[in-house]
Design a protein. Structure first.
Length: 346
């Protein structure tokens, strides 16, 4: 969801452009231009670093001082669920869509003050299983060892979890099951130059081992293990025209020493092949007292991904692994609403 600071900055910019040097100040929002915004307010709130619940809510565009001047149009039909469905399934789909909306609106679980217990229907759960994670993998990736070379096999399947740590655990398990020889890529980590560095900052305190051990959201790990045929996700925008953007899913074709060849398996350029090399990355996390510069391939294994990363995707098979409860407004709704059918969730 767009942050209202960016929303208001766009409004001021358009006002300045339209008013120009005339000296006239228009009271019309966006300089009188028609601007259309689209989004789902039931999804995850904007990220406010170390922000409280109220600060996250206030960052939404419907908390902006100009929101009252907008005309709001509500979409009522879930196209993701209804496209291509059989007429005999319409009632079942409608019930599932209504249940999703109730989750997104906070109507499931009774009155609450930020926390609630939501009962998931038994037919969506894996019950009485000796190895529930193994059953979940087999549900999302059936016959994976025989079918992983199919171009569209990984296109609309994913294991979802709320936390990066759980996602990495699942990816490592899947990678171990996958055939082929592992190729290991290690990053080159150093301290980036920073203008606002503290006077008493001592770079010698930050050894290479310490820098290599840092794991941050949106950054590749120091140790990156790959196999041919493994699905991966881009962590940076590389070529927007070719669809190589942050969040694009690809599949490894070949592994070289300095480049990795991959083919796109999601978006509008499915099948397009490209070479990806190492790039220098700096995290935006301001919790650190220094700036890290990591030179590594901007990718991560993505048999599993966080629920945040799945926003905007349509999936036919979703395995939701809740080792820990969802921790943010809209996470459960986002995970469940990625589906094209009710039968695709477990």
């Amino acid at each position: 969801m767009i942050h209202n600071h960016a929303f208001e900055a766009l409004e001021r910019t358009l006002n300045d452009v339209m008013n120009g040097d005339s000296g006239n100040i228009s009271e019309a929002v966006f300089g009188g231009k028609v601007v259309v915004f689209g989004g789902d307010f039931r999804q995850i709130l904007p990220v406010v670093t170390n922000g409280t619940r109220s600060e996250c809510v206030n960052a939404c565009i419907n908390s902006s001082y100009i929101w009252s001047k907008f005309i709001v149009l509500n979409l009522t039909k879930n196209m993701r669920l209804t496209v291509g469905c059989r007429s005999s399934d319409i009632e079942k789909i409608r019930e599932f869509a209504d249940w999703l909306l109730d989750i997104g609106q906070g109507n499931v679980g009774g009155p609450n003050e930020g926390e609630s217990v939501i009962d998931i229907p038994d037919d969506l759960l894996i019950l009485n299983s000796v190895d529930p994670m193994g059953d979940l993998i087999r549900f999302v990736y059936p016959n994976i060892l025989d079918r992983f070379n199919e171009l569209t096999y990984f296109q609309d399947r994913a294991l979802l979890a709320p936390l990066n740590e759980v996602v990495q655990e699942n990816n490592e398990r899947m990678l171990a099951l996958f055939p082929g020889e592992e190729v290991e890529y290690l990053s080159s980590d150093s301290l980036a130059e920073c203008e606002d560095i503290l006077e008493d900052f001592d770079p010698q305190l930050y050894s290479p081992d310490l820098l290599n051990g840092l794991k941050m959201s949106g950054m590749p790990n120091h140790r990156l293990v790959q196999k041919v045929g493994v699905p991966i996700m881009l962590l940076r925008n590389i070529n927007n025209k070719k669809g190589l953007c942050n969040g694009t899913r690809l599949q490894v074709v070949s592994l070289g020493r300095r480049v990795i060849e991959e083919k796109v398996v999601s978006g509008t350029n499915i099948g397009y092949r490209t070479l990806i090399s190492r790039v220098s990355l700096t995290p935006t996390d301001n919790k650190l007292s220094f700036r890290l510069k990591r030179r590594q391939f901007p990718i991560s294994v993505c048999f599993a991904m966080t629920i945040n990363k799945s926003q905007g995707q349509s999936l036919s098979r979703v395995g939701l692994y809740l080792k820990d409860p969802v921790f943010s407004h809209g996470l459960l709704y986002v995970a469940l609403s990625r589906l094209k059918s009710r039968d695709g969730i477990s």
